[in-house]
Design a binder for this molecule. Structure first.
Ligand SMILES: *Cc1c(COP(=O)(O)O)cnc(C)c1O
Length: 387
């Protein structure tokens, strides 16, 4: 059998997602999904679409997702790119002082893909080169090394500092040699820690302008600082974001880029060379509808943040080492119970959390923040097993 596959195929190391067991109903706090359903406006838009335009499912969708891109740009202008800090007055949403974007985000600055995982794949293809090493943190989103393998791009991984934050100086130093580009998640996963916008600005000022800088903002809506305002000054910056976490849309498979139009066009060229229609008709409709109810997602993001901070206190009070998180998850370790043991004991209680076997972080568990009820159940399970 193995004889018939390409050499390329033999070298693949696929990503392993959080488990999705079918044998028993678990409370799922292992994949950083949002516990809340999308806005009711999303459901309504989907129902209207299939009822009023059933014939449209037989037609190809808009390959340029024109209306969706306009809706995303509008959503970002409303909230400033960080939902949990935005101000809501009735239906009207305005950015917090800290998050104001000093220009208007326009639709030509948006590119959408089938989840930010696909977006990232195209970004890797477009901007990283097989002849040059790109720089990333040692512990970060584990899909980056998968793509590096897939596209045969060499990588240079920089250890985190002792407090689990990014070693900015070292990353810049290494980036100088090959100029192969930099990627990191901000806030980072699985640690939950973020750099401030000023720290990223400083990095960009020190890096050379002919080097690509990719910032993955999958979790920024839960308390990080978005780098969107930096796009005005840095033409080599690409920001990757997703509907999967703060927009309660992991099932929708929508991710996007915010960047200068020139870079958006480059990624669009990659897309048009692989699959012209990555965003299906239903996702275009539901994504657009989500962006019209920003107030709803400000609300749900605030709820997640509140539960996260409560659970942080609970873990700290019970002897855990917990990293202060700006995301919808907590990364924590118990002084005497290993990550794997803890994960198993909690699973036994009917809840799934995530444990990574990766050396260096093997004693941690990553806990996605659920609803108030789910977190109460998790608290009870923890109390039982750490006794
Ligand atoms: C969840 C996640 C993604 C992937 O999101 P999708 O849009 O669901 O593909 C990308 N980057 C990071 C850091 C994530 O945690």
């Amino acid at each position: 059998m193995i004889m018939i596959v390409s050499n390329r195929m033999k070298g693949l190391h696929p990503y392993v997602p959080g488990e999705q067991p079918k044998d028993r109903v678990y409370i799922k706090l292992n994949a950083n999904e949002n516990p809340y359903a999308p806005s009711p406006k999303v459901n309504k838009a989907l129902i209207d679409f299939v009822q009023s335009h059933p014939e449209k499912m037989g037609l190809y969708p808009d390959p340029d997702s024109t209306e969706l891109h306009a809706a995303i740009a509008d959503m970002l202008n409303q909230c400033g790119g960080v939902l949990c800090r935005a101000k809501v007055d009735g239906d009207k949403v305005t950015p917090s002082e800290k998050d104001k974007i000093p220009f208007t985000v326009t639709p030509d600055m948006i590119y959408t893909g089938n989840g930010s995982d696909e977006v990232l794949s195209f970004v890797f293809y477009a901007f990283f080169d097989s002849g040059k090493k790109f720089v990333m943190p040692e512990f970060t989103y584990s899909f980056y090394p998968v793509y590096a393998g897939f596209y045969n791009i060499p990588m240079d991984t920089v250890p985190l500092k002792e407090d689990w934050s990014l070693d900015v100086e070292e990353m810049l130093k290494r980036a100088k040699s090959d100029k192969g580009g930099i990627i990191f998640a901000n806030p980072n996963a699985p640690t939950g820690l973020g750099l401030t916008r000023n720290q990223v600005r400083e990095m960009l000022s020190k890096a050379s302008s002919d080097e690509i800088f990719i910032v993955d903002e999958a979790y920024v809506d839960f308390g990080g600082e978005s780098c969107i305002p930096l796009l005005k000054d840095f033409k080599n910056l690409v920001i990757v974001r997703t509907f999967s976490k703060s927009l309660c849309g992991a099932g929708q498979r929508l991710g996007y880029i915010v960047a200068n139009p020139e870079l958006v066009n480059i990624v669009t060229t990659v897309k048009n060379s692989v699959n012209h229609f990555p965003i299906d008709a239903l996702s275009q409709v539901s994504g657009k509808a989500a962006c019209t109810d920003v107030a709803y997602y400000v609300e749900t993001s605030k709820k997640v943040v509140e539960e996260r901070d409560k659970f942080y206190d609970f873990l700290s009070e019970n002897g855990f080492y917990v990293i202060k998180s700006q995301t919808n998850f907590l990364f924590a370790k118990h002084p005497s119970i290993s990550g794997e043991e803890l994960y198993k004991m909690i699973k036994n209680e009917g809840l799934l959390i995530r444990h990574f076997a990766t050396p260096g972080i093997e004693n941690f568990v990553r806990i996605s923040i659920g609803s108030k009820e789910q977190m109460q159940a998790l608290k009870e399970a923890f109390e039982k097993v750490i006794k």
